[in-house]
Structures are given as structure tokens and as C-alpha cells.
Design a binder for this molecule. Structure first.
Ligand SMILES: Nc1ncnc2c1ncn2[C@@H]1O[C@H](COP(=O)(O)OP(=O)(O)O)[C@@H](O)[C@H]1O
Ligand SMILES: [Mg+2]
Length: 266
């Protein structure tokens, strides 16, 4: 008789010590489930380390579900699945590229930011970048960024868009070409950054989050990334103000837009 206990892997987590925490988990290497854990059910350390959390989870509910909640039982104090159901999760609706890539085909993930990974995929010779909505509340920003990539397609402004990323039938993000041997912009790169931003403005788009970590300098040019606050149309004044602000952004030393300390595995 085969072992019936499922394999569970925590893919991403959004942990709040004082509120509910959210987990995106993969069951039997195939099914993605979204699990909310009530505050106080588990110690923070256990939630921050995927294998610990998995060893403490109550047995997964049987049946068809993709969203569930773990609460503490009022009588026994034990954690249990207080809710579980099959829900239609929101997805990105702006599907403009012909390529759709299943998230299960991504390999060797290397986390760059909470929702940005360097990954490999059999269709691509070298690693690529995957950016996606870990949780449903991130879908709107990925929708904006996906749309912005359609606007800049062919304009030599951002990395090449390689396709939409799909999870169980819905689009959760995208793959873009990985820029290699880059550095984040400094004030010395001002002319290159100015010309990249001007190209974006030339097609009527305001970036909305210009900072040195969103300007990758390589091969004697600047590539803009991170379009989740992009907007079009933008007024002449808005574009002028954004260009005017560029120099200050390159001089900024606050670390804004850079690496953040995260509380999420793996
Ligand atoms: N196409 C890419 N090639 C290489 N590195 C990238 C690429 N896209 C993103 N990155 C790296 O990941 C970081 C975060 O990506 P970004 O899209 O700016 O996410 P966030 O919205 O979290 O700021 C970037 O600052 C950069 O270091
Ligand atoms: Mg960024």
C-alpha cells in the first residue's frame, strides 16, 4: 500500500506576528493551496521555517479545496482546519503575449525579492526572471506591470517579456529576460538613466517608482524594470516632474527600492 500522506512544501509566506499569516503551499508537487493561519496558533519561529510549520500542521482536509484556514480549537487548544473551500482566485486578465508558462515547469528558484525569483525553464537556455502574485492581493499590481510590458514591447526600455506565468489555469505573473552583469544605477550613470526614462516618457508612460534599484546598468545602457506603478496616459507635467526627480533618486542613500529583510521562507 502506498504511503498516503501528501508531500507539502511551503512556497511563499507572508507572516505577521500580530495578525493572520498567509502561506502558499504546494501539495504532492502539483496542487497549490493557500492557507491562512490565525494569530497565536504557532510560534513565529515555526512559521518562518517551512519544514517546522509543515510538521505542525493538522492533517490536510480531504476533498477539493485550494483555500483554507487554521485556527486554534476553543475546547482543545489544538490547531485545526476551521475552514476550507474551493474558490475561484483572481488572475491577471491582460493576456497579450503568446507564451504561457506553467509555474510547475520552473526549476532552481533563487529568491531575489519576495515575489521575484531567478529560475530556469527547459525552454530557455539560461536563467530567467519570474515575477508573480504570491497571494491574491498582489494580483492588481502584477496586472499593471503585465499591461505596462505590453506598452513598452519593442521599445528597448525594459527586459524582454518572455511570457505569462500560469498557475492552475489562471495567470499570476510573467517571465522576463534576466539582465546579467549589471549594477544598480549610481549618479555616474545619470545620462544613461535619463535616456532610458526619456524613452519611456516618449511613449507616454510614467514609471511611478523611479529609484536606483529599478535601473539596471549593463552593456553601456540602462534597462528600466519594475513597472507595477506605471501609468498611461500621463500629463507633460507629470513626466517632466519624474525626469526632474531622477537625479535625486540616484543620489538617494536611504536604500528605498532595494533589498528588504523578509520574514518569509524558504
Ligand atoms: N530582468 C532582471 N534581470 C536581473 N535582475 C532583475 C531583473 N528584474 C528584477 N531583478 C532584480 O530583482 C530586484 C527586484 O525586482 P523588482 O521588479 O524591482 O521588484 P520589486 O517590485 O520588489 O522592487 C531588482 O532590483 C533587481 O535587482
Ligand atoms: Mg523594484
Amino acid at each position: 500500500m502506498a504511503n498516503e500522506s501528501p508531500t507539502i512544501q511551503v512556497l511563499q509566506a507572508s507572516i505577521d506576528p500580530d495578525d493572520t499569516s498567509d502561506f502558499r503551499v504546494l501539495v504532492d508537487n502539483k496542487f497549490v493551496k493557500y492557507i491562512v493561519i490565525d494569530p497565536g496558533v504557532y510560534a513565529l519561529d515555526d512559521m518562518c521555517f517551512g519544514p517546522s510549520l509543515i510538521s505542525l500542521l493538522p492533517p490536510l482536509p480531504s476533498g477539493v479545496w485550494n483555500k483554507a484556514r487554521v485556527s486554534q480549537h476553543l475546547d482543545t487548544g489544538e490547531p485545526y482546519f476551521s475552514e476550507f473551500s474551493r474558490v475561484q482566485l483572481p488572475g491577471i486578465t491582460k493576456i497579450w503575449h503568446s507564451n504561457q508558462i506553467d509555474h510547475l515547469a520552473l526549476r532552481e528558484p533563487r529568491k531575489l525579492r519576495s515575489n521575484v525569483y531567478e529560475v530556469t525553464h527547459p525552454d530557455f537556455e539560461s536563467p530567467v526572471i519570474a515575477k508573480f502574485a504570491r497571494f491574491e492581493w498582489e494580483v492588481p499590481q502584477l496586472e499593471v506591470e503585465t499591461t505596462a510590458y505590453s506598452w513598452i514591447e519593442g521599445h528597448q526600455i525594459g527586459p524582454e517579456f518572455l511570457g505569462h506565468l500560469v498557475e492552475e489555469g489562471r495567470v499570476i505573473g510573467f517571465l522576463i529576460a534576466r539582465i546579467t552583469n549589471f549594477h544598480h544605477a549610481t549618479i555616474e550613470d545619470f545620462p544613461l538613466c535619463q535616456s532610458a526614462l526619456s524613452r519611456l516618457h516618449h511613449v507616454g508612460i510614467k514609471h511611478g517608482d523611479v529609484n536606483k534599484h529599478n535601473l539596471l546598468i549593463h552593456d553601456e545602457k540602462a534597462t528600466l524594470i519594475d513597472f507595477d506603478l506605471a501609468s498611461r496616459p500621463a500629463s507633460e507635467n507629470q513626466l517632466k516632474a519624474e525626469l526632474h526627480q531622477l537625479q535625486n533618486e540616484l543620489l538617494d542613500t536611504s536604500g528605498r527600492g532595494g533589498r528588504v529583510v523578509e520574514s518569509s521562507p524558504p
